[in-house]
Design a protein around this ligand. Structure first.
Ligand code: PGA
Length: 250
């Protein structure tokens, strides 16, 4: 079955809004022929200008986080409605940096996934094991747990819009990319869990992206794997020329 192919840049806490506009103006002409969907997950402060710079290009703009409530006394937080109003189309949820540094739980992450689907923001749900969990053979158990808890109470209809990202924590920002075989094994397992959470038909349609030290020189072998449908790219997405090379390998 043909699945949507997606390459998403995750800028993390980098770039001002003006830098975002300059970047998009450089990236847009380099990716016009790509068969992948090109996504940029930008800081909140860049969304408005990035959306406008990306108009009439192949690039789709999204956010790196949301709060599950629509409004309220949550100092420093941003809601799905606010993001939609600025033109964001997707949101990264449950990135390992949010889980580790900001103590986000699977239950909290689940509320965000539910909210984003309700408000027409495509969620990219991130899952992945630490080095210790892999050493202790806990990878599959951990992935199953994060997926079952993170996707609780999501109807099959909502799952049509879902994207999952497998990001082994030990590979993020370290230069230690997973081997294509290791990534494929994890992706196949994720698809198996998605089949049990939803149905085979729906699970076959959900794009599963690999993330963790993706670079132009390692992505070709990764994207060739059967269950790998794209990438979530951190460091290598910060320069448009480098990111375009990755996008165009897809
Ligand atoms: P990296 O980050 O590509 O810099 O390893 C990936 C991510 O955190 O999404």
């Amino acid at each position: 079955m043909e699945r949507k192919q997606v390459v998403c840049g995750n800028w993390k806490m980098y770039k001002t809004s003006q830098e975002a506009v300059d970047y998009i103006n450089r990236l847009a002409p380099l990716v016009t022929a790509s068969k992948s969907n090109v996504l940029l997950s930008v800081p909140f402060t860049s969304i408005t200008k990035a959306v406008s710079a990306a108009q009439n290009t192949k690039i789709t703009i999204g956010a790196q986080n949301i709060h599950p409530e629509l409004e309220g006394a949550f100092t420093g937080e941003i809601s799905s409605i606010m993001l939609r109003a600025e033109g964001a189309d997707f949101v990264v949820i449950g990135h390992s940096e949010r889980r580790q540094l900001f103590k986000e739980t699977d239950e909290f992450i689940n509320k965000k996934v539910i909210r984003s689907l309700e408000d027409d923001l495509i969620p990219i749900l991130c899952v992945g094991e630490t080095a210790k969990q892999r050493e202790e053979n806990q990878t599959e158990k951990l992935l199953q747990d994060q997926l079952e808890k993170g996707l609780k109470k999501i109807p099959e209809s909502g799952a049509q819009d879902l994207i999952v990202a497998y990001e082994p924590v030990w590979a993020i920002g370290t230069g230690h990319v997973a081997t294509p075989e290791m990534a494929q094994e994890a992706h196949a397992f994720i698809r198996k869990v998605l089949t049990s959470v939803f149905s085979k038909k729906v699970a076959q349609k959900i794009p599963i992206l690999y993330g963790g030290s993706v670079k132009p020189n390692n992505f070709k072998k990764i994207i060739e794997q059967k269950d790998i449908d794209g990438a979530l790219v951190g460091g290598a997405s910060l320069e448009p020329e480098t990111f375009a090379q990755i996008v165009n390998l897809g």
